[in-house]
Design a protein around this ligand. Structure first.
Ligand SMILES: Cc1cc2nc3c(=O)[nH]c(=O)nc-3n(C[C@H](O)[C@H](O)[C@H](O)COP(=O)(O)OP(=O)(O)OC[C@H]3O[C@@H](n4cnc5c(N)ncnc54)[C@H](O)[C@@H]3O)c2cc1C
Length: 376
């Protein structure tokens, strides 16, 4: 662990906003990272850890606290208890796409559809990253993390991380506190050993334009996904301003069935898997021999935020007068920095979009990135 001269966060985040923090530490080993975190917590500073900065929207004022850059790298191959599979334990600061490239090259299936997502491996479970119908919760076994409350390092199974659609107990959602304040040190995946796979998921089949069930090489899947992402401005590229954002800035809205029915029928929507209420606990004292029929809670529906934005009259490439922030010219969900935009300019655009969608459809779009020192 070493202290470095604070670098403006605009230079370390893909949305390119944010001033320099008061203090900056950098860790290239797990021991150094643990030491940096414990020292920061002992001081009682405000703090956050920074991976690739691709899911952060940082305000213009100085962050009064410590930013810890996670720069640990390394992949260890471990035996899997399941036949035909392998485990990879990866250090938190390792580049996500470097891991996917490694897995594809070695013939380990399960991550290839997530090719090209920017950022680090340690940040990936924080919002259960996913693309084209593949999410890391499908292959994630466990993480090693350190909790702020105790300062202790422990191994936490994936099932205890509260993984859901772009969420986990570790994520700092806008307007609320994370359920567990902890930092991931390493991540373990269980992958199938195979250079080819049959693609079953509908979203991925559509993206790959597949018409039959023949197995396809992982390398081919990766190549096609990278090309598709580049065409949508979803592959980080220094030269392409459409990628200078955080990917999707707004989450698809999750609404009750009744609200979804009030939206125009052509608005794309998908069912949200209801929580399975498989176990009904009846206290013994009140058990009268009858088990109540399971209740069917009204289902939630996920509706397309991109459709809502475009049908609220905001087109790709839209920008407010004199602003250096705009919607991507390729994707209606990506707010981008066209060069020198301040966080205030990005926030002004985000608020404008939220208010247009709200007045048109009565829904408030929620931001997907983690906001630090910015209000919407
Ligand atoms: C062009 C583009 C396309 C994108 N496409 C997708 C996509 O298809 N799917 C998708 O899911 N996301 C996508 N994203 C969002 C982003 O890439 C992911 O959320 C990624 O996992 C963020 O990683 P990071 O290292 O950059 O995190 P950062 O931005 O550095 O941090 C994000 C949050 O995680 C916390 N954090 C970072 N490291 C750790 C750690 N080790 N332990 C605990 N907390 C940590 C930070 O404190 C912060 O709160 C895209 C972003 C861009 C710019």
């Amino acid at each position: 662990m070493h202290e470095i001269a604070p670098v403006p966060l605009a230079a370390l985040t893909t949305l390119e906003t944010g001033g320099a923090p008061e203090r900056m530490l950098e860790a290239t080993t797990t021991e150094g990272l643990v030491e940096a975190l414990r020292a920061t917590w002992t001081r009682g500073d405000e703090w956050f850890v920074l991976g690739g900065g691709s899911n952060l929207f940082v305000g213009d004022d100085e962050f009064e606290g410590t930013v810890i850059r996670v720069r640990t790298t390394g992949i260890d191959e471990l035996p899997s208890p399941h036949e035909g599979r392998i485990r990879l334990r990866v250090q938190a600061g390792h580049g996500w796409d470097d891991l996917v490239a490694y897995a594809v090259e070695h013939g380990y299936a399960g991550l290839e559809a997530m090719s090209g997502i920017p950022g680090t491996v340690g940040a990936a479970p924080v919002q259960n990253i996913g693309a084209y119908g593949q999410e890391i919760q499908e292959t994630l076994v466990e993480v090693e993390l350190i909790d702020e409350a105790t300062g202790e390092v422990s191994t936490v199974p994936a099932g205890d991380l509260g993984l859901g659609f772009r969420t986990s107990v570790l994520k700092h959602h806008y307007g609320s506190e994370p359920q567990r304040r902890a930092v991931i040190l390493s991540v373990t995946f269980d992958l199938r050993v195979a250079h080819e796979r049959v693609v079953r998921g509908e979203q991925l089949r559509r993206a790959l334009v597949l018409s039959d069930d023949r197995p396809v090489p992982l390398a081919w899947v990766r190549e096609r996904i990278l090309a598709t992402r580049a065409s949508k401005g979803m592959l980080w590229d220094e030269e392409d301003p459409d990628t200078h954002g955080v990917g999707s800035f707004f989450q698809n809205a999750i609404v009750p069935e009744a609200v979804a029915r009030s939206l125009p029928p052509e608005c794309p929507r998908w069912p949200v898997q209801p929580d399975l209420d498989a176990v009904t606990v009846i206290p013994l004292a009140s058990y009268d021999g009858l088990v109540p029929a399971p209740r069917r809670e009204p289902a939630d529906v996920k509706v397309s935020a991109a459709w809502l934005i475009e049908h609220a009259g905001i087109r790709k490439g839209f920008r407010l007068p004199r602003s250096r922030a705009s919607l991507s010219t390729k994707h209606a969900l990506a707010l981008t920095n066209r060069g020198g935009a301040t966080a205030a300019e990005v926030a002004e655009l985000a608020r404008f979009i939220q208010s247009r969608v709200h007045s048109e459809f009565g829904l408030v779009l929620q931001p997907e990135p983690v906001l630090v020192g910015v209000e919407l």
